[in-house]
Design a protein around this ligand. Structure first.
Ligand SMILES: [Zn+2]
Length: 155
């Protein structure tokens, strides 16, 4: 663990963090990305994989909206930072598991549709509902692809 001093790009607060991780700023709660964290997979690994399967790049506007949702809403809602941490722990393994499926294209297309429905809720001013759906979907994916009991940790 290499701890370095960073400055939050949102509020300017300076603090120490692991340079390989993503953490919530102690002052404003927004996500601060360590200089050595994997930026692309850190974005939102499941959404990024969905976008790729749909033929879109990492710069798709849907992904930018998802990142804004994470940093502006999710990270500052009750239980949000804990969910973000859990997400980054399990999401890469879920992506790996889906990528090994023979029908992975069909699974990614379905997830991309679910993801877009969530973004529609964000666009129409209902981010709480989008978060509820997202948590529910994530718990389902964990259970289905990693054998994690539903609801554990994410509630
Ligand atoms: Zn901050």
């Amino acid at each position: 663990m290499a701890s370095i001093k960073v400055q939050c790009s949102h509020c300017g607060h300076e603090f120490y963090m692991d340079e390989y991780k993503r953490v919530s700023c102690p002052r404003c709660g927004r996500v601060v990305v360590g200089p050595k964290a994997d930026q692309s997979s850190g974005a939102c690994v499941i959404a990024t994989a969905c976008a790729r399967a749909a033929g879109l790049g990492d710069d798709a506007p849907e992904l930018a909206l998802a990142r804004a949702f994470r940093d502006d809403f999710l990270a500052r809602s009750p239980g949000g930072p804990a969910f973000v941490t859990e997400y980054y722990e399990f999401a890469p393994r879920i992506v790996d598991a889906i990528d090994r499926l023979p029908d992975r294209d069909r699974v990614w297309r379905q997830l991309w549709r679910d993801f877009q429905e969530g973004l529609d809720l964000v666009r129409s001013g209902r981010p709480e509902l989008a978060l509820e759906r997202g948590k529910h979907l994530f718990a389902e994916l964990k259970q289905r692809y990693l054998g994690q009991p539903r609801g554990k940790g994410s509630a």
